[in-house]
Write a new protein. Structure first.
Lengths: 849, 134
């Protein structure tokens, strides 16, 4: 764009001011709703209560509208590319397609708080309309949480104490970069384009994973609010019924959100797996485990009046752990411990406050009521279902505790320092190895417990009957395990046990499923969920435990002395069109591709001419939807390496991506995955030819030849087919005294024939030569001389290394079992949720809730 | 003693075991000097070192050498006690490396070389410019 156009752009102040106003409105209305609902809860007089309830309802509706308004305002700023705003400038640019503009929305911390608030506003409205009795106390808690969240995006400096409350998404760029010289010169300066979205986040999973995860976060508030309301109003027994369907919903959504994150990492990052035990991942894994444990104790309570206290503790823990995970990931405390770096917005004090208010508040309220909470005095027998479920819930909690402790090491260090001590403890260096060796045993216990526990659940059984019930499933499970162990060649004792535990759960729960479905399919949620979990255990074991490198260097050559033994052993160097074998496949590097912005797929990088703008190229050939000389828009920073896998007459293509990004210090590669029923082949480029590097050509080799005589150039059969005088030479204007000659040289490549057309030019008795390159084959032809007297010509040949790419490929067996298991687990959660919701509705219709 | 008490004791025992095992497996944040000392005493465990990249007067990072094929590189890191050390990393340079304000390397000394197994970066703010370039 020209300088003239910049002058007429204006700052859009109104929209930002509107945003600020709406943020303040959302904060004030949430406080108003909190106050009104609090009042309504305490009033005995029906009329007064109704009045306060109405106040609360109106305030919360206004609050929800304000939150919606903030979201729309922020999105308008992003979608219209108002780069005078920090948020739009920092996380987007003009080239981003619409669906990634949506991801921009939650790329910043402020936006993700907003997303969280948005979901809670929606859930709040649903609760207002589904609850009568519980509305006032539950919405009191809800509104208070919303007030805390709104304060996170207030961005107001409190007078007198000079404390910055929150960080607003609506600040102008010049406010966030007060020191930048450009704003001193021209405060009205608007950048031409934004900074763009982190390329790793330009992935469809990043469009749906954050909303799912935050819906999961938001839903954990519901059981917590019901629990608090129950303690507050001394309705110790009654809060479980309305809370349970929501806890199940939360378990499903949060679990799905976590797995989507894992799937994104698997598809986009090249660390080779879906789970890395990074503190950020752990921070959501732990609350999910505790949430699942709380679901189990709540179900037990509904059936046998036991485990009420345990349910209260676990429901509170889940919510507090969600707040703790928010604190961990956003306060910057993990800075030295996590690969993910987070913006430290200087809000750690405020985040800590958020955590402590609810932690201390919940603890005090429970402590005050503890004596009054009914307990069952009878001891749980080993043959009771309560015993087994309780054992399972305890295992889940210990499993979470084992992850929580090391993840909290940075907090511990801070804590010790705060009291004048010094602690230099760091998280375990090999995270994956460390966590796996513990979690594996917990998983075995969970697998066994969930099989046995289910039998106790559905039948009152004693020692004798237990034997009878379990005999067949144990036999089948052992048989299946032996088959799996033999086929999978599993030898590690812990792995053997995990397989047995996983299979046992699947078999045992399948037997129960069959008998339950016959009577009442609506009750099958538990069995289905446990089958899913068993499948996940087996899928995780094989895909992680038996993930192996298949791209073994079978050439016998050392690629690079500098690179270390591992690199030379585990990577495969592929030259263009030279097939190699890998894991029973013939694999071949076919081409480099660019992705078209119009969604029409890929274009061969050698079929285009690059331009100074990396996102624009000029087509050299006709193709699908374009003609030669058309200017095409592409994603210039990404190059896709087309790799063909061939086996048994079938061909599959993979397009691992390499992004040359000097700003980010080199090459970013993203894998592509060849999926088969039994295994995934996870492939990424581990080294590529750098496009900006000077090519090293060999010295010119001169060859005197005649037309249609074959010769070798860089080992390819080549022929000069034609030498003609031409009137036009691209790139120069010929005068009438000039003489120009063009040679047409055909080269037979492995897959296709290439043509090179070097020129020879005589002007004012001076000779000029224009060489022609065939980049795919690494040959440069020059027409050095022509000898009209003998009809011969001299062709100059320079060669270089052929186009190459180094790939690494991992085989992940049985990963589909993990993904299918996940879906089955989610289905189980859903069936159970629907059942519990029906129970709640029935009671509500009776006027009980 | 009631069964539930035994159960509670067992759970507490496991929790304590978990805490102790974490303490045993935990790595430490140390300086290069301490790390060197540990390695020469035959302690091969992996440790964390926190520091910064070496920069010239203009704030440009100096001392980075890429291996051939761009699959490994070495750089100079200054730890919190101002000790300079060449660190070798057998993988390509991580994204945003030169922009980081703080670097954490996890690894150990092998002879006089510090070999990093993993690098963590602390950036002022990821993908966020500190200033606008026109």
């Amino acid at each position: 764009m020209t300088g003239l156009l910049i002058g007429i752009r204006h700052m859009h102040y109104f929209i930002g001011n509107l945003g600020h106003f709406l943020v303040i409105l959302s904060f004030v209305t949430s406080l108003a709703a909190f106050f009104s609902y609090f009042k309504a809860t305490g009033k005995e007089d029906i009329q007064e209560k109704e009045a306060w309830l109405l106040n609360g309802k109106i305030s919360f509706y206004l609050h929800a509208l304000a939150v919606l308004g903030i979201s729309v305002t922020l999105f308008v700023i992003i979608a219209n590319h108002y780069f005078e705003y920090h948020y739009a400038y920092s996380y987007s640019d003009k080239k981003l397609p619409t669906h990634y503009l949506i991801s921009t929305f939650w790329n910043g911390q402020e936006g993700s708080f907003l997303l969280w608030m948005f979901w809670q506003a929606v859930l709040g409205i649903i609760l207002i309309h589904t609850n009568k009795f519980w509305q006032a106390p539950v919405m009191t808690i809800f509104s208070l949480v919303q007030a805390f969240l709104a304060s996170m995006i207030l961005g107001i400096v409190l007078p007198i104490i000079d404390f910055k409350l929150g960080s607003s998404p609506f600040i102008l760029l010049r406010e966030s970069m007060a020191d930048a010289p450009i704003f001193k010169m021209n405060p009205e300066f608007i950048p031409e384009d934004g900074n763009g979205l982190n390329p790793l986040l330009q992935n469809y999973w990043m469009v749906i994973h954050p909303p799912t995860l935050f819906l999961g976060f938001a839903t954990t508030l519901i059981p917590f609010s019901f629990c608090m309301a129950g303690l507050w109003l001394k309705k110790y027994r009654d809060w479980v019924r309305p809370a349970l369907p929501w806890a199940l919903f939360s378990g499903a959504v949060l679990g799905l959100g976590i797995l989507m994150g894992g799937y994104w990492a698997y598809e986009t990052l090249n660390f080779g797996g879906y789970w890395n035990w990074d503190p950020v991942e752990n921070a959501v894994y732990v609350p999910w485990l505790v949430l699942v444990a709380s679901i189990h104790t709540m179900i037990t309570y509904k059936n046998s009046e036991t485990a009420l206290k345990a349910s209260i503790i676990l429901v509170i823990s889940t919510f507090v752990l969600i707040l703790y995970s928010t604190f961990l990931t956003r306060s910057g405390i993990l800075g030295d411990a996590s690969v993910h770096s987070f913006t430290d917005l200087g809000m750690s004090g405020q985040l800590l406050m958020y955590l402590l208010v609810f932690l201390i508040g919940a603890v005090i309220l429970s402590a005050l009521r503890w004596k009054e909470i009914p307990t069952s005095e009878k001891e749980a027998s080993v043959y009771s279902r309560e015993f087994w479920i309780f054992l399972g819930a305890t295992t889940l909690c210990l499993m979470g505790f084992q992850v929580l402790v090391p993840t909290s090491i940075p907090v511990w260090n801070k804590f010790v320092t705060l009291f004048g001590g010094s602690s230099n403890m760091a998280p375990p260096a090999d995270q994956v190895g460390f966590y796996s060796k513990f979690q594996l045993w917990f998983a075995i216990a969970i697998g066994l417990l969930s099989a046995v526990g289910q039998f106790f659940w559905w039948k009152k059984i004693d020692k004798h009957e237990l034997k009878k019930e379990l005999q067949l499933p144990v036999l089948i499970a052992l048989l299946l395990s032996v088959i799996i162990i033999t086929i999978g060649q599993v030898t590690k004792p812990a792995y053997l046990l995990l397989i047995i535990a996983g299979v046992f759960t699947i078999v045992g729960n399948s037997k129960i499923l069959l008998s339950v479905v016959k009577n009442n399919p609506a009750l099958s949620g538990g069995a289905v969920a446990h089958i899913g979990m068993g499948m996940m255990l087996i899928g995780i074991l094989f895909s992680s435990g038996y993930s192996k490198v298949v791209s073994i260097n079978n050439t016998g050559l050392l690629y690079s002395r500098d690179a270390g033994e591992e690199f030379n052993r585990d990577n495969l160097l592929l030259f263009l069109h030279e097939p190699r074998t890998m894991a029973g496949y013939d694999i071949e590097y076919i081409s480099q591709k660019l992705e078209l912005r119009n969604g029409n797929g890929f274009i061969n990088k050698y079929d285009v001419q690059l331009t100074p703008d990396e996102n624009k190229v000029i087509a050299l050939k006709n193709g699908n939807g374009y003609k030669a000389k058309d200017t095409l828009s592409v994603y210039g920073e990404n190059t896709y390496y087309e790799i063909e896998f061939r086996k048994d007459g079938n061909t599959y293509k993979l397009y691992p991506r390499a992004q040359v990004n000097p700003d980010m210090g080199g090459i970013l590669s993203s894998p592509d995955i060849h999926r088969t029923l039994t295994a995934d082949f996870y492939t990424y480029t581990s080294s590529i030819m750098k496009p900006d590097e000077e090519k090293e050509w060999s010295e010119m080799q001169e060859l005197r030849t005649v037309s249609n005589k074959e010769f070798f150039a860089n080992d390819y059969v080549s022929t000069v087919t034609q030498v003609t005088r031409v009137e036009e030479v691209p790139g120069t204007i010929l005068t009438k005294d000039d003489v120009a000659v063009k040679a047409t040289i055909q080269v037979k490549g492995a897959r296709e024939e290439y043509t090179a057309e070097p020129y020879f030019l005589i002007r004012d008795k001076m000779v000029g030569r224009i060489s022609a390159e065939i980049p795919q084959l690494g040959i440069l032809f020059t027409l050095v001389n022509i000898h009209p007297e003998t009809n011969e010509f001299t062709v100059g040949i320079n060669t270089r290394q052929k186009d190459w790419v180094v790939i690494k490929s991992l085989e992940k067996p049985m990963i589909n079992v993990l993904w299918i298991g996940t879906l089955v687990l989610m289905a189980g959660f859903t069936i159970a949720m629907l059942r519990r919701y029906r129970e709640f509705k029935l009671m509500k219709e009776k006027g009980q809730e | 003693m009631k069964k539930s008490h035994i159960f509670i004791i067992l759970v507490i025992a496991m929790a304590i075991a978990i805490v102790i095992s974490t303490g045993n497996d935990a790595s430490t944040y140390v300086s290069f000097n301490d790390a060197y000392q540990m390695a020469s005493n035959g302690n091969t465990s992996q440790i964390h070192v926190v520091g910064e990249l070496k920069k010239d007067a203009l704030g440009n990072v100096v001392g980075i050498y890429e291996g051939a094929d761009k699959v490994s590189f070495t750089f100079i890191m200054i730890d919190e006690q101002q000790k300079e050390q060449i660190v070798q990393y057998n993988e390509p340079m991580p994204a945003d490396f030169t922009k980081s304000e703080k670097v954490v390397v996890i690894g150990s000394y092998q002879g006089d070389n510090f070999i990093a197994d993993k690098i963590l970066l602390k950036c002022p703010s990821k993908y966020q410019e500190e200033t606008v370039t026109v």
